[in-house]
Write a protein that binds this ligand. Sequence first.
Ligand SMILES: [Zn+2]
Length: 568
Amino acid sequence: MPAVATDILPASLVAQLGETQLQSLIEAPREKRLAILAAALQLSEAAALSALAAATGLDTASNLEADAEARGLIPARLVHDYQIIPIRLGEEAGDGAQSALHLATAWPPDNVMADWLRTFTSRRPVWHLAVPERVHQLIIENYGVGSGSLEDGDDGYVAPEIQQHTEEAVDEEAAVVRFVSDVISQAVEDQATDIHFEPQEGQLRIRYRVDGLLVPVPVPENLLRFQDAIISRLKIMARLNISERRLPQDGRINFRADSTVLDIRVSTIPTIYAESISLRLLNQKKEAYTMDRLGMSAEEQRQITQILDYPHGIILVTGPTGSGKSTSLNAFLRKINSTDLRIITIEDPIEYEVPGVNQMQVRPEIGLTFADALRHVLRQDPDVIMVGEIRDKDTAEIAIRASLTGHLVFSTLHTNDAPGAITRLVDMGIEPFLVASAIELVIAQRLVRRLCSDCSRLEPVNKIKLRESLAILGCNEEESDWVESLKLPVGCDRCRGTGYRGRIGIFEIFRLNDEMHELVLKRESTRTLTDCARRHGMRTLGQSGWEKVKAGHTTLEEVLRVVTVAEK
Ligand SMILES: [Zn+2]
């Protein structure tokens, strides 16, 4: 048995692992080891944590909070590198001895780490095991994202992996490079879609957009000192002109995270304190969703797949920015993708790569607009065309012409509800009879946060409030009579205390029938179209959301948040 193995894992557990499992455990960073151990022992992570606790004699800490006094005892770099967090000081011993320091750790302490700790504090350490995600989250909350990189001064501590490049590590420029890379890596980990660097009076604020909501990112206290260097670093990465500070600029960054390369769009604008920089993270986790994963019910999938088999016609997905429209279109493309169909897409940006599909990026700055690209694509003998977005009359007209000449066309529109897409096209100046004959299906959609399955709890409902919410959502208020309890968010270490994990779609599917054709020709309002569609069985976004609430996938608050939101 290798000595290094027993230094990081109790012998009783080492004996249960194979050679390769042991090796990957030794090589993994401390915060990843629990997941590897769980997989090797075929246990859940929670069970693996208990097994580890039993084998090491350490206890498992839950409901962790960091202690402000204890926090200052250990430098941020050590905390980051070893994924440990000081949680409290012990009782005073009374005999003049220092009280013990309690620390939570993602993995049992080893000798090297214990040695480093001793160089900073003479207090006796008391170790507690904890869920690695929670430890990591507490480190970010208490020390700030990337604080391990930007630490002031030379405290003599050098992270193990950079020991060989000591000169570089103390260099401020290198620190900023590492900091920026930490901020982006953390965003990738949190599945953020955007990162905003916002210079404010006396501070540089950093925020992520996660699951559609802005989340302030805790930052190191000394961040302002590095503000100019951080902005310059971002501009260099995006190949922008760093001396130009008065004009907005656009660029891109190719960021390497583990094995994937991330495409990041960068935009700068001058604001009163300094340039504000926004990063949009594209092809983030290139995980393609199936219609199932999007949260479509069997009936919704049936209604949509039926039309996906049509040889021609237009299928539109509508909703505000960030409602998952392109994710849905991508799922449809994957569904029909086959060697006997020629599929061409025109996108801005290309968010997912689909094997076998010809994907094209529009470049309005050199005159390649959606409308222009579409004209050319029609000469390329396509069967199916996906147009990222219909923004103007030009694009709308060509898309309609394409569908009427035997192509299946997918696209998106910015409208609140599904019937609104029809009136929007007519308002753009398209002849109603063209709209009525080309559009086969309109799907309005929103994303709501999904309740964390580890901590959500059934609670009795307040009937009066429920009736009010149902009325706002346009649902039958009588339904409240049959519902006694609904699931509510609680918050646990797995969901970072938010009570939610991931998102799920809600859908409104609008299919034109003969009666609606007549209404479109008469240029009737969206309201009239909606009423008619509902009489023919269309389920609105509000109703679809309520179904998801009843099924325990999300909450009324979430549905109300996305359904009543005004169009941007
Ligand atoms: Zn949870």
